[in-house]
Design a protein around this ligand. Structure first.
Ligand SMILES: NC(=O)c1ccc[n+]([C@@H]2O[C@H](COP(=O)([O-])OP(=O)(O)OC[C@H]3O[C@@H](n4cnc5c(N)ncnc54)[C@H](O)[C@@H]3O)[C@@H](O)[C@H]2O)c1
Ligand SMILES: O=C(O)C(=O)C[C@]1(C(=O)O)C=C[C@@H](O)C=C1
Length: 367
């Protein structure tokens, strides 16, 4: 598509959306604005935007599409500012915020002027933030939630989907309220638990060096999201307050339930608690990207000698298999190491397993 796109907020999500738009619509002209000048400079160097601007006011008037990709508490303010500016009458405005109800409420000022705002939330991301972490394929196979108001036409929704086609995401339309309930359960609340687990380990009275060393395995995996931006999560919890508080009540009930089962030494009940969770967890689709991204991990049992990582990555590079992450599990000190290599797709992981099976003696495991 041809047209002027203005991206406000050039961090992880704004940068990734801009890259996805650029990849699909070569003729679009993308202008970026951010309160942080370093991020603007980096976005230019990385080719995320064509041009930067030093005020939203100047650029908004020319824009055909405006993407607001800033913290959720700031999004409502930005909507108000946009509503006070001269805009093209058929401009489409969207956002990427992790909460929707408050933002869509705030967009009423635009609706009153006949300006289309479509609330949106690409449900994939990372614990990393900032322009440098932006990737064109961040949202591939993820759900991209759309929460259009009643004033929005089917044609406007189609136009937005066409603009965002390069994300390769699956669009899903729901109401802002249901969005916030769903996001509360599968994204917002889990971040509280992850942070809580880390805080519990940190404040435990155990030998802190030993805690850090042992926490390198499974604990590290389930608490990855505790490394996310504290400012972003503060804002999300404040905006989704009602849902979060009600989830906390049901979580406390769940904890009380397991607490009494343990107190009563009710082995059948404890088994059932884990079994119910396992059955539901195993029934979740494993190949599509949900809100919490799936990483396709391959475990490689390697002897611990210098150069083993470059040997393995060398074989994978020769067969042009991209990896997204590599780390050593330090659960078996001083004997062998287990390398965990993450891939973007299941296909890459299968190719890597085949490649390492042919070229090395190392055992590999899919978990
Ligand atoms: N990080 C994730 O995993 C994720 C996933 C989906 C949606 N989101 C949502 O995307 C939005 C952006 O998050 P992010 O992860 O890209 O954060 P980020 O910190 O990487 O980027 C935010 C950018 O917005 C800029 N900014 C802040 N206030 C601004 C303002 N008033 N005007 C212009 N620029 C401003 C910051 O300088 C920064 O560059 C948030 O609303 C978040 O809830 C995040
Ligand atoms: O992968 C992560 O680190 C994320 O936290 C991504 C995540 C999530 O909770 O799943 C975070 C916030 C978003 O609004 C959507 C996706």
């Amino acid at each position: 598509m041809k047209g002027n796109v203005l991206v406000i907020g050039l961090g992880l999500i704004g940068g990734s959306v801009a890259l996805a738009i650029r990849q699909e619509h070569k003729e679009a002209f993308i202008t970026g604005f951010d309160v942080n000048e370093q991020n603007i400079a980096l976005a230019k160097v990385l080719g995320i935007i064509d041009e930067s601007c030093d005020s939203v006011e100047k650029e908004a008037a020319q824009a055909d599409l405006i993407v607001i990709a800033i913290p959720v508490l700031k999004t409502a303010e930005m909507i108000k500012r946009l509503a006070a500016m001269p805009l093209k009458k058929d401009v489409l405005i969207t956002d990427v915020g992790s909460t929707k109800e408050r933002i869509v409420e705030a967009s009423q000022v635009l609706a009153e002027q006949g300006i289309a705002f479509i609330g949106a939330h690409p449900m994939a991301g990372s614990h990393k933030s900032g322009t440098g972490a932006a990737k064109a394929h961040l949202f591939e196979n993820a759900f991209y939630m759309l929460t259009p108001g009643e004033n929005i036409t089917a044609e406007q929704i189609e136009t937005l989907k066409t603009w965002l086609k390069g994300t390769r995401a699956h669009f899903l339309e729901i109401s802002p309220r249901v969005h916030d309930q769903l996001a509360g359960v599968i994204s917002h609340f889990p971040h509280i638990i992850a942070a809580g687990l880390v805080n519990q380990a940190r404040s435990s009275e155990l030998d802190s060096e030993l805690v850090s060393r042992l926490a390198a395995g499974g604990f590290r995996d389930i608490t990855r999201i505790a490394s996310s931006s504290p400012a972003m999560w503060r804002d999300i919890l404040l905006q989704n307050q009602e849902v979060i508080l009600s989830l906390m009540d049901s979580w406390q009930t769940e904890m009380e339930k397991i607490k009494s089962l343990i107190k009563e030494r009710n082995s059948e009940g404890i088994y059932h608690f884990f079994d119910e969770a396992r059955r539901f967890r195993d029934s979740l689709p494993s190949k599509s990207k949900g809100a919490i991204p799936a990483f396709y991990d391959l475990y490689v049992d390697v002897p611990d000698y210098p150069g083993v990582i470059s040997e393995i990555t060398g074989y994978l590079a020769e067969e042009r298999i991209s990896i997204t992450n590599i780390r050593i599990l330090e659960t078996r000190e001083e004997i062998y190491g287990v390398l965990v290599i993450s891939f973007q797709t299941d296909n890459d992981r299968e190719r890597a397993q085949d490649c390492l099976g042919r070229l090395t003696e190392y055992d590999t495991y899919l978990v």
